[in-house]
Ligand binder design. Structure first.
Ligand code: SF4
Ligand code: SF4
Length: 728
């Protein structure tokens, strides 16, 4: 199961020499890996490279035919450790994860890998989650590349460059014995285009052609070898990398007719630069430019000779580098001053220190830079004031006004999400017991920190909620509550959270949300993937049983937890009682509630095609929807505040004597029943009704429906008659 199936697209990975490969950036990377003769691939999902994991997963048949080993790693640290295969042996390997969070998790193994150095080309494809739409702290992988001495590739976002840089990246890694970061931004992952394919290459070593095991003690990261590693990094690996980058022309210079100015950009920003120049009438859509551009497809290390060559005859250059600190700009200043080149370097003095260089930011910055030239022969379509005016203050005012009038709309849980009833139950228990301090975690459940639940105080990292309760638990008026997803539990919560808590006598409550998938990253499988027997319907019974299933309860028991309860999240009353029990229990030690309910988004993806097929083939199928009776709905919307289901909305009151809008269930309802159960559990109102939609009724259904209709009509006729008698 995954967010997106690439089963059809991966067939393109078989394209051979000279064929035109058309598709997305993510697919192109996979094809480039196969063309490079990788021996192993792995990774851990996370935006924006979850789809790369999905592609690799769907491509297992092709990988297997070539003898490429694939693993869906348990965490980024395990993925990084996988690269150790390339330390002693000439095995090419690639792993992938979201950065910087994944790089932080993998940092120990990466530092050691970078210290030992590699024999086979090693590549970490990092999904750089920076800028607009980013979901994490605003940091960049650049800092890690510099401090660990790993080279950072940032290719121009077009398929030919993307593929070339994967192939050249492996060669660079081998030429300098250094692991490589290959940076993909979200727009690059999904850019579409084409390139001329080459044949796939089977790895030199695989299970059919094994390596000769041997030791190289000098590659072990212990003294005295580590001192030599540092010397080697500076004296051999860095010069070898710079020499390779120059020789192979990995960075690109695009000449222009205004030679007294120049732009230095990272590859990932190149398309935005060209667009800005195009809007100023200084470039065309094919990239022909009037302003010379030096494009850093290798963002780290910088190549001083190339920089000097590009800048020496220029009056001024502009360095375009998103985020801060301005590492590249500082590096360029140093390289130029050391060579006594006095070209004026513009950068963060005219560009924003923080945030993505969007089209507007880039256009304004480049316009400012070109307007600052002492020569006035560069014709601009728009002056700086005109560009600035494109972001009209009127819009900004409108936004400010709207922000005052409308509540912010943070991301929320999906329709029918199994986590919603858990948080409704927790909210109701909080009403009884007073406010809770809750340590939250990474995952869909982090959305409960927003309205309407407003539950959760801190998020420290994936699987770290229980660990982050340890410092505050002694100072709370209630048992410390930590909430963790099953993804976080297997990522590291079991060891850094549960094992540590048991060891330290933590007597708080851990709620593990067992929705069966790594749901927030798109629904990748995890060790405790839901078993089919947990759900009763015939559709669900079709679900294939998983091999290697691992139980969260057994894992907790194995770590020493004695108090464990497993409760369906949809059973709100039972969940409330279990929460009360856990929070008031005098039993020593950690209490664990496994809150179980399959991710509704993934369930719908799984079940919908089966339902459709069953209906088409004439099978009897029932589907439920919920309905709110507008005659009894009081319009206080307590149901919406208590659940926040996106299917619960409002509409005009049909009663002309009442003006308050009534609550209403729209057609996206998946019939989970939480709104109705909440209304009952919190004693809200009797307005909720379940409606069963029956497809392909059988004989019994028809007979029962006929009887029901007759009885119903009889009641109606009788009521009508009585009303007429009263009227007379
Ligand atoms: S993806 Fe699944 S777990 Fe996440 S919010 Fe949606 S239904 Fe809930
Ligand atoms: S039954 Fe209620 S809570 Fe569940 S999906 Fe429908 S409207 Fe939402």
């Amino acid at each position: 199961m995954a967010e997106r199936s690439f089963t059809e697209e991966v067939k393109k990975l078989r394209a051979g020499d000279g064929e035109i490969f058309k598709g997305e950036g993510i697919l192109a990377i996979t094809k480039a890996l196969l063309q490079s003769g990788v021996s192993y691939v792995g990774g851990y999902q996370g935006s924006p490279i979850s789809h790369l994991m999905d592609v690799l997963n769907d491509a297992q048949e092709i990988l297997g035919e070539l003898g490429v080993h694939f693993e869906a790693n348990g965490s980024e640290a395990t993925a990084a450790a996988m690269l150790s295969a390339s330390i002693n042996y000439p095995l090419r390997g690639a792993v992938t994860w979201k950065s910087t969070v994944g790089t932080n998790v993998a940092s120990d193994a990466l530092s050691n890998l970078a210290s030992a150095g590699v024999t086979g080309g090693s590549m970490v494809i990092v999904g750089e989650d920076y800028g607009e739409g980013s979901s994490i702290m605003q940091e960049r992988s650049y800092a890690f590349a510099m401090k660990a001495q790993m080279w950072l590739l940032d290719p121009r976002p077009n398929l030919t460059s993307i593929v070339d840089m994967v192939e050249k990246g492996f060669e660079l890694s081998e030429a300098s014995n250094t692991p490589i970061f290959y940076m993909m931004r979200i727009r690059g992952c999904h850019v579409t285009g084409e390139f001329v394919a080459k044949d796939n290459r089977a790895p030199r070593y695989s299970n059919t052609a094994p390596v000769n095991p041997h030791r190289e003690p000098e590659k072990i990261i212990l003294p005295p070898y580590v001192y030599e590693h540092e010397r080697e990094k500076i004296a051999q690996r860095l010069p070898a990398a710079i020499e390779f980058i120059q020789r192979e022309g990995l960075n690109e210079v695009f000449e222009g007719r205004f030679n007294h100015v120049g732009i230095i950009t990272c590859g990932g920003s190149y398309n935005t630069v060209i667009r800005a120049l195009q809007r100023q009438g200084l470039a065309d859509v094919y990239g022909a430019t009037d302003i010379p551009i030096y494009c850093l497809n290798v963002a780290y290390p910088l190549v001083p000779d190339e920089l000097v060559r590009f800048c020496a005859d220029k009056e001024q250059v502009l360095v375009l580098e998103e985020g801060q600190p301005e590492y590249i700009e500082q590096g360029i200043q140093t390289a130029l001053r050391r060579a006594d080149v006095q070209t004026r370097v513009f950068g963060k003095d005219i560009m924003p220190m923080a945030g993505e260089y969007t089209g507007q930011v880039m256009l304004l910055g480049i316009t400012r830079f070109l307007s600052a030239s002492r020569r006035h022969d560069i014709p601009l379509t728009m002056k700086e004031q005109q560009v600035a005016a494109l972001e009209t203050p009127l819009v900004a005012d409108d936004i400010a006004e709207l922000m005052q009038q409308l509540p912010p709309r943070p991301a929320g849980l999906c329709t029918g999400c199994p986590e919603r009833p858990l948080f409704s139950a927790l909210k109701q228990v909080q009403e009884e017991m007073g406010p809770f301090h809750i340590s939250s975690d990474i995952g869909c459940h982090s959305f409960a920190t927003a309205a309407p639940f407003n539950l959760g105080n801190t998020i420290m990292g994936y699987g770290l909620s229980l660990a982050s309760s340890s410092g505050v638990r002694h100072a709370l008026p209630h048992k410390a509550i930590s909430i963790m997803g099953d993804g976080g539990f297997w990522h590291n919560g079991l060891t850094s959270g549960v094992a540590s808590a048991v060891f330290n006598g933590h007597d708080g409550l851990l709620i593990v949300i067992d929705n069966g998938y790594s749901a927030a990253t798109g629904g990748q499988d995890i060790p405790s993937l839901v078993e089919p027997n947990l759900i009763a319907s015939t559709i669900d019974a079709d679900r294939p049983k998983r091999d290697h299933w691992q139980s969260i309860e057994d894992a907790c028991r194995g770590a020493g937890v004695k108090w464990i309860r497993t409760i369906s999240t949809y059973n709100i009353e039972s969940m409330k009682q279990t929460l009360r029990d856990a929070l008031s229990s005098s039993a020593p030690g950690l209490k664990v509630i496994v809150a179980e309910g399959e991710c509704m988004l993934n369930r719908q993806r799984r079940v919908k095609p089966l339902l459709k097929q069953a209906i088409t083939t004439g099978k009897r199928v029932t589907r439920s929807r919920f309905y709110i009776d507008p005659a009894t709905c009081t319009g206080d919307h307590g149901c919406i505040r208590l659940s926040g289901c996106p299917s619960l909305t409002v509409r005009e009151n049909p009663d002309p004597l009442r003006t308050d809008p009534v609550s209403y269930v729209d057609n996206t309802c998946v019939g989970c029943g939480v709104c109705g159960t909440n209304a009952h559990s919190a004693v809200l109102c009797p307005s909720f009704t379940r409606v069963d939609l029956l497809h392909n009724p059988n004989v019994v259904d028809r007979v029962v429906t006929g009887i029901r209709r007759r009885v119903h009509n009889w009641w109606r006729r009788r009521d009508l008659k009585r009303q007429q008698e009263v009227a007379l």
